[in-house]
Write a protein that binds this ligand. Structure first.
Ligand code: 9MR
Length: 461
């Protein structure tokens, strides 16, 4: 019997001791809190078991739950990733246009940092849970508001998010394989790629994911998303991962794993992002099959359940791993055993840390150059500017860009702008002035009107 129920930190009994204990009789065995017969002992928590193959195991949470110590005891012991169930959504973070509220999200991030957890960001843009003011916008006003929202929210959490759900649920259900109609979709089919490019500039170290449901096998909807990801990869649109929400019923598609694999084969990570499974006879086995599918796909980097315990689920059918009293369910054991028994391929390392800070500034006097890549639509644009150092390291830079008449800069990230129209100087901010010889950094700005067309000049200090 390989089942172990001890907690981390409890002294392990070596195999030989177990043999002696068995010889001493069942009474002694029954009173032994922890039995760890294998030298290569399996992990006793979800987070430790997932970490054996370099994966994370996460849960959705709300900041108010952090005041409940029964809740945090389980959260901290079992999970090493957290996602805000609601508090990083558009309605929560920007209740009035350009007025931001990060209270709940900040609290969750602080809890994660204090407890060795990474953070999934959910979600920058979604047709649902928009604040009322955004629901009433359309066209370029909505597009600009979306870009501003991404800049401000991803900028606020910059360097602290492992993966962002940049766009959530943009594809239609049913057999069309096409986009869902929404106010965002009506701003133009390129809204998704604009969102990804904007997010990349706002937080260059976050993995950028597309996230959706009813994608739990090879079907029309998942194929529509697959085609979008393939197109993005071929055109250099920055996408790093696809989230499979996996809100599951009483059956699981036989090609669940094959579907994950075909996305991974496009060169993106895949993540199980909102897992919950209907209660009933199949609950434990479906949880197990999903876990094994992730472990079998090298680029499946982690699993998140949509909540910790049944009491807090958005569903009423007890779909999580812990019951309403916080007890481990059969489904918990099936996931833990699956994580422990499969030594799946290790996912590639993902970059989560902010870039290292050089302690000694390089000597000044080097040269730099700048190039602009533009994403435009009728009435607005997002410009991403790459600043590249010459043969010597530089310690600061200013990029001078001439804007056409009628164009106004409405937002800048990773740089300080001297003005908003005419010829504008964009200078480095505290963390991106130093560039090593031949290295580069990026900043961006958005605006109304048409974007710059001339070649920018770059001056190094
Ligand atoms: O669980 C979330 C629930 O508390 C919210 O009321 C609801 C609307 O914002 O969103 C739920 O989470 C959803 C997630 O954000 C996106 N995928 C589907 C999830 C369940 O509805």
């Amino acid at each position: 019997m390989k089942n172990r129920t001890g907690t981390a930190g409890t002294p392990r009994i070596r195999p030989r001791t177990v043999v002696l204990a068995v010889a001493a009789g069942a009474a002694l065995l029954a009173s032994t809190a922890l039995i760890a017969p294998a030298a290569n002992a399996a992990a006793s928590t979800l987070r430790a078991a997932a970490a054996q193959s370099g994966r994370y195991f996460g849960a959705a949470a709300n900041s108010f739950q952090l005041s409940n110590t029964s809740f945090t005891t389980i959260l901290n012991r079992e999970f090493n990733s957290i996602v805000a169930e609601n508090e990083m959504k558009w309605d929560a973070t920007e209740p009035q246009q350009n007025t931001f509220n990060f209270t709940g999200g900040d609290r969750l991030v602080a809890h994660a940092r204090a407890n060795g957890m990474s953070v999934r960001g959910h979600t920058l843009v979604w047709h649902a849970q928009q604040p009322g003011w955004a629901q009433n916008l359309s066209g370029s006003a909505l597009r600009n508001a979306m870009v501003n929202h991404i800049n401000r929210v991803a900028g606020h959490f910059r360097g602290q998010i492992h993966s962002w759900d940049v766009v959530n649920e943009a594809f239609a259900d049913g057999g069309s394989g096409g986009r869902r109609d929404s106010n965002l979709q009506r701003t133009g089919n390129d809204w998704i790629e604009v969102a990804f490019r904007t997010a990349r500039a706002a937080d260059p170290n976050a993995r950028l994911c597309y996230n959706d449901y009813n994608t739990d096998g090879i079907n029309a909807k998942s194929t529509g998303i697959y085609n979008m990801v393939r197109d993005f990869k071929s055109r250099g649109v920055p996408i790093d991962c696809v989230g499979f929400q996996s809100h599951l019923g009483t059956t699981l598609a036989s090609d669940y794993q094959a579907n994950l694999q075909r996305f991974a084969d496009l060169g993106v990570d895949v993540q199980i992002t909102e897992l919950d499974v209907a209660e009933g006879a199949n609950q434990a086995s479906i949880y197990e099959r999903v876990t094994r599918a992730c472990l079998a796909v090298a680029r499946c980097t982690g699993i998140t359940t949509w909540g910790v315990w049944d009491a807090a689920s958005w569903r009423s059918d007890n779909p999580l791993l812990f019951d309403r009293n916080g007890n481990k369910k059969a489904a918990y054991n099936s996931v833990l055993n699956a994580l422990n028994s499969v030594s799946g391929p290790t996912p590639p390392p993902t970059t989560t840390a902010p870039p290292p800070v050089t302690s000694t500034p390089p000597p000044g006097g080097g040269a730099c150059s700048a190039s602009v890549s533009l994403n435009s639509w009728n009435g607005g644009f997002v410009a991403t500017v790459r600043v590249t150092a010459g043969n010597a390291a530089i310690r600061g830079w200013t990029v001078r860009i001439a804007l056409p008449g009628g164009t106004a800069v409405t937002g800048t990230w990773n740089a300080q702008a001297s003005g908003s129209s005419g010829t504008v100087n964009f200078s480095n901010v505290s963390y991106n002035g130093q560039i090593s010889a031949g290295g580069n950094t990026e900043f961006g700005f958005q605006g109304t009107g048409s974007g710059p067309s001339g070649t920018p000049t770059c001056t190094a200090s």
